[in-house]
Design a protein around this ligand. Sequence first.
Ligand code: NAP
Length: 306
Amino acid sequence: MVYDVIIIGSGPAGLAAAIYAKRAELSVIVIEKAGLSGGQIINTYEVDNYPGTPGISGFELSTKFREHADKLETTFVNGEVTDFVLEGDLKVVTLDNGSQYKAKTVVIATGGAPRHLGVEGEEKLSGMGVSYCATCDGAFFKNKAVAVIGGGDVAVEDAIFLARICKQVYVIHRRDQFRASKSISSRLLALENVTVLWDSVVEKINGNENVETIDVKNLKTSENTSYDVAGVFIAVGYMPNSDIYKKVVAADDAGYIIAGENCETNIPGIFVAGDVRTKELRQIITAASDGANAITAVERYLNNLE
Ligand code: NAP
């Protein structure tokens, strides 16, 4: 069978795409890797910025998205994509169990993952003070002390954002200068409640139920210092899940698949939605928005085929 569309990934982008595809009466399957829908938000303790559901857990929100797709009788296929090729105008997706699916269009909604530091306490306290998204979680740390790890644009922007909410922001960077652009770096350095710890790395994140302190080592002096913080925002890069697709569609140097808001890649019939796309803001709401835009573009493409 040749489907109208195969959606790869079942996070907010993939599930929103599935809902739009079913409502448009397209023949569609959704391929999901873990046999569990929701993507990155499954592990998010609290989501407080998705309209209409203040304070909902990521797991509960993703369950609602999935139930909505199920109500529309969406077909989900479990498996990991191991190959993606074009056969003329057809798109062919192969899974790790050897099964193959063909479609006129594909929506790549495979997301990505923030890079982890790999220090003791990071995994244990993830969601309990350790966060990879200041825009998502910053509001939980009002008037508290927090640390931001990293020296790129994201770390510096996150620190500026957090300085408006938090009492004290420590920025911990392993070198003696930022990688981030000069303009935002200067803005950060001018803020009174921000302290930059240069040439420093976090060695351990401590706390029982929540983050309480971090152990920081100065790489030049080897001095160890403990800081009282309630939150640790890790901003040391992000890895889009695009390896399999980059040989077919254009991606930027960081691996994001290149597309604008209409989600059209450089290859006709291949669309990209959510965090794996080049975009300014990676959030649940922008991922869901991409799902809607991608299917609208799919419909436009299919109409032109007829
Ligand atoms: P990035 O530019 O790659 O910066 C990552 C930062 O984390 C670097 O400062 C790096 O240190 C540090 N780092 C990496 N691994 C580490 C580790 N294990 N321990 C401690 N520190 C570590 O990533 P990003 O900030 O996420 O930005 C991603 C891309 O988006 C960049 O190209 C960025 O310019 C772009 N962006 C642009 C804007 C804007 O223009 N407004 C906003 C956001 C993002 P080193 O510096 O020592 O390598």
